[in-house]
Write a protein that binds this ligand. Structure first.
Ligand SMILES: Cc1cc2nc3c(=O)[nH]c(=O)nc-3n(C[C@H](O)[C@H](O)[C@H](O)COP(=O)(O)O)c2cc1C
Length: 355
């Protein structure tokens, strides 16, 4: 692609497209490698992986491409507050029973995974490290910089972007309200910011000195061109990659995305305890309507994991976290390489219309 930005040059990219980390199995090494191989930047969404799994995934990416790729995990979180789980267990039991699972047990919070995962990310060979849900401890920032790893934080407001800049990140992903998956907001318990991508990107661009990556609702070359016009130096796209041939999401989720409309997604805490955008379904609606049914993050995520796993195998979308952004009508069933080619073509065509 003729178009370039300083960020693309810094990262050796010939396409402005970053494939969003799709934690929980949405991305695969084949997808990540295909995006990087096409001149973009592929990510491994490693937040729910073990350290060993991070090494295996990174090896699998490196066996497919020599190009740079990124690793993403969650910033360290405060321990979940004590919760009386009786109502949540009662509510979840209905769905566990319907799927033929044993009754759910109260999940243990356990240690925050960040400290255990960071060394694996550092050793993975990834040239880029991104994170969401806050800022990183100084020691982690130092360790990443010592390895010359490029650091990207996620902001949903100008205030969060400024805090990330002060912490020393190299670039900031501006995540608009349209985005699929978890909101990157620092405060898991608050109402959460819902500034749209169109409004958020230029306000963050004006407020910070580091490059900004636009994210949320971008599905094709028109969206990429628009984000570049707003001052972004690259885009990060999640939902558009979920339905690719290489996408690791359950087939039922891919079908739900292909069939859903512009107004079918909602922000919910029902699956994980943290606000996230996905296609509304029965579990989401009923759990939200049941008092006490949602434990704090990450306990609710642990609680619903067996249900989501069984539903994925059984092809039952009503129990799946159908994470997706507001652009679902623009989803396509292509290989990752075909999608990357189409995005480049469309972006150039969109930019040519005004040149
Ligand atoms: C299935 C799914 C999983 C996601 N997992 C992560 C993750 O692990 N880490 C992260 O920083 N962002 C994650 N995101 C959010 C993306 O980084 C990005 O903000 C979002 O996909 C952009 O909006 P779009 O889906 O409309 O393109 C996820 C999004 C989806 C749809």
């Amino acid at each position: 692609m003729a178009l370039t930005t300083a960020l693309m040059q810094r990262l050796g990219m010939t396409s402005p497209v970053m494939q969003a980390p799709l934690g929980g199995g949405g991305d695969t090494p084949a997808m990540t490698a295909a995006v990087s191989g096409a001149g973009g930047l592929g990510f491994v969404g490693a937040a729910y992986m073990t350290p060993d799994a991070i090494g295996t995934a990174a090896d699998a990416v490196r066996s497919r491409t020599n190009c740079a790729f990124g690793i993403n995990i969650f910033a360290p979180q405060r321990p979940a507050p004590d919760a009386d789980g009786a109502a949540a267990l009662r509510s979840a039991a209905t769905y566990f029973h319907e799927l033929g699972l044993d009754a759910p047990e109260m999940p243990a919070g356990g240690e925050d995974p960040f400290a255990g995962l960071l060394p694996a990310a550092l050793d993975s060979g990834a040239q880029v490290f991104s994170f969401t849900f806050g800022t990183l401890p100084d020691a982690a920032m130092r360790a990443l910089k010592q390895r010359d790893i490029f650091i990207i934080g996620t902001a949903t407001t100008v205030e969060e972007a400024l805090a990330l800049q002060v912490s020393g990140v190299d670039a900031i992903t501006a995540q608009g309200a349209e985005a699929g998956g978890h909101r990157g907001s620092f405060d898991a318990d608050g109402p959460g910011a819902l500034v749209g991508t169109m409004a958020l990107v230029p306000q963050i661009v004006d407020a910070v000195q580091v490059p900004v990556i636009a994210s949320g609702g971008i599905m094709d070359g028109r969206g990429i061109a628009a984000a570049l016009m707003l001052g972004a130096e690259a885009v990060q796209m999640g939902t558009a990659f979920l339905t690719t041939v290489e996408g690791g999401a359950p087939e039922a989720q891919k079908q739900a995305i292909m069939a859903s409309g512009d107004n079918d997604t909602r922000i919910t805490r029902a699956f994980s305890g943290r606000p996230a955008r996905g296609i509304a379904n029965r579990f989401m609606r009923e759990t939200e309507a049941t008092p006490g049914a949602i434990l704090p993050f990450p306990l609710q995520n642990h609680l619903t994991r067996p249900m989501r796993g069984a539903a994925g195998k059984a092809g039952k979308a009503e129990y799946l976290s159908l994470w997706a952004g507001q652009g679902t009508r623009l989803s396509r069933r292509l290989t990752t390489a075909e999608l990357m080619q189409a995005l480049d073509r469309e972006t150039e065509a969109a930019l040519r219309r005004f040149s």
